[in-house]
Design a protein around this ligand. Structure first.
Ligand SMILES: NC(=O)c1ccc[n+]([C@@H]2O[C@H](COP(=O)([O-])OP(=O)(O)OC[C@H]3O[C@@H](n4cnc5c(N)ncnc54)[C@H](O)[C@@H]3O)[C@@H](O)[C@H]2O)c1
Length: 429
């Protein structure tokens, strides 16, 4: 019976598209996005997030909505009426005060509410704090559809665990948490994901448990990175190489393998604020979670200050200095510049009046220009000589790049990621 279900996926971004492609191998999937340009590109086999190759996309895309399986993309919500299962994969950002912005989730729920029928199931995948599905989204579905929750329609929550740019851990081979609004729905949701996730599923006790499990995965990672960032700041003062310390400590079986650096992107730097907000709402002021956020958010400025200190020590005049930042994306080997913290380095360097150039072979240059007003000038940047080069992102291409050829004789070569050999680098985080 499940096999004949039509699945509607709302939001075809980094999470929604790979999921839609996976389901479309076996089911009829209707992919919906409010961004009609995205829909047009997908129909032509083009995924700007670079998660799905043209070949893989073209293997499932259908231009007809009547085929028995495959992915039909549209920006008309009415076309999704035939679906009985809806999966919501829209963004969950924070506002300028780091408060959760649930408007994409509420808007998606309003849209689904218009076409919801008796017996339908709405599964949320976006990362949220515990309670968002049932306390924020379900009431919108009820109000818009005039249907009753857990009588006429049902809900589920199944968080996504993929990692942009990671070609090893992909949707189908990461174990997936599932949950449902009652026992029967939990079974259906679990069976649905089990049918496409080869790594298997884990049926959580409730929707709130599943929501909480996801948000703490990312908060835990954030806190662990904050700890090693704090260590890096201590060891810098002591004149000890942090990476060498971590390498030595890592020989113990239960020492956790985290590296210092920037924490950006759509998830780890954002999700802890979701948990913190909920904690505060119920009268608990989170100490560790917010301390971790503060440390990680300050790292860009810290790195820039360290870099500038090294340049001053070498006698470089800052007002005439030219600096090259290698990498602008929020992580290596992916084009995503959303919430990249490299921008904090750039802004801080600009405060010192040095001339900053940015080279990134991966970054979506249009997005970088639109969102931050910065120029990723890939070809041009290789033609100059710099007083300092700062490697901010460990893109594979930088390993084979002749960085020394870009440096003036006394230049600072700072490696934030401990990615390059000691022979190239003269400063690290
Ligand atoms: N990016 C990741 O690797 C990742 C991993 C795990 C979880 N998540 C979570 O998954 C969710 C989605 O993240 P993403 O990275 O895919 O975001 P994204 O920005 O790449 O994609 C979201 C898509 O939703 C569309 N959209 C926005 N509002 C909409 C609406 N009301 N109706 C329909 N479409 C709408 C956007 O146009 C966009 O194409 C977030 O909650 C995120 O925290 C992301």
């Amino acid at each position: 019976m499940l096999r004949n279900s039509k699945i509607g996926i709302i939001g075809l971004g980094y999470v929604g598209l790979p999921l839609a492609v996976e389901f479309a191998k076996q089911y009829k999937v209707f992919g919906y996005d409010i961004n009609s340009r995205r829909i047009d590109q997908l129909k032509e086999g083009l995924d700007h997030t670079m998660e799905i190759s043209e070949k893989k996309l073209n293997a499932v895309i259908t231009l007809e909505c009547t085929t028995p399986k495959g992915l039909y993309c549209t920006s008309e919500i009415e076309k999704l009426r035939a679906c009985s299962i809806y999966i919501v994969t829209v963004p969950t950002p924070v506002d300028k005060n780091n408060r959760p912005d649930l408007s994409p989730l509420i808007n998606a729920s309003l849209l689904i509410g218009k076409i919801l029928k008796k017996g339908d199931i709405v599964i949320y995948e976006s990362t949220v704090y515990p309670g968002v599905t049932e306390d924020e989204c379900v009431p919108v579905l009820e109000k818009t559809s005039k249907l009753r929750y857990n009588i006429d329609f049902f809900a589920g929550y199944s968080p996504e665990r993929i990692n942009p740019g990671d070609k090893l851990h992909t949707v189908a081979n990461i174990r997936k948490i599932t949950s449902g609004s009652n026992a029967k729905t939990a079974e259906i949701v679990d069976a649905l994901y089990s049918s496409v996730i080869s790594a298997g599923t884990f049926k959580a006790d409730s929707i709130k448990v599943a929501e909480a499990a996801k948000v703490i995965e990312n908060a835990q990672r954030d806190i662990n990175i904050a700890f090693v960032n704090e260590l890096a700041m201590i060891f810098n003062k002591l004149g000890i190489d942090t990476h060498k310390v971590l390498e030595a400590a890592g020989t113990k079986w239960n020492f956790l393998n985290f590296r210092p650096g920037l924490v950006g992107g759509h998830c780890i730097g954002v999700d802890p604020y979701y948990l913190a907000q909920k904690a505060q709402e119920v009268g608990y002021h989170p100490e560790i979670i917010l301390a971790g956020r503060r440390i990680n958010d300050s790292m860009g400025a810290y790195v820039a200050d360290q870099f500038i200190k090294k340049m001053i020590c070498k006698g470089t005049s800052l007002t005439t200095a030219r600096v090259l930042v290698l990498g602008f994306t929020f992580k290596e080997n992916c084009p995503d510049v959303r919430n990249t913290r490299v921008i904090d380095i750039v802004r801080r360097l600009e405060e010192y009046k040095v001339k900053v150039h940015i080279h990134d072979p991966w970054a979506n240059a249009d997005q970088a220009k639109r969102a931050y007003g910065i120029l990723c000038e890939n070809g041009e940047s290789k033609k100059r000589k710099y007083d300092g080069v700062l490697l901010a992102v460990a893109h594979e291409e930088f390993k084979t790049m002749d960085i020394k050829a870009l440096c003036k004789p006394d230049a600072v070569m700072y490696d934030l990621k401990a990615f390059l050999p000691d022979s190239v680098v003269n400063a690290r985080l």
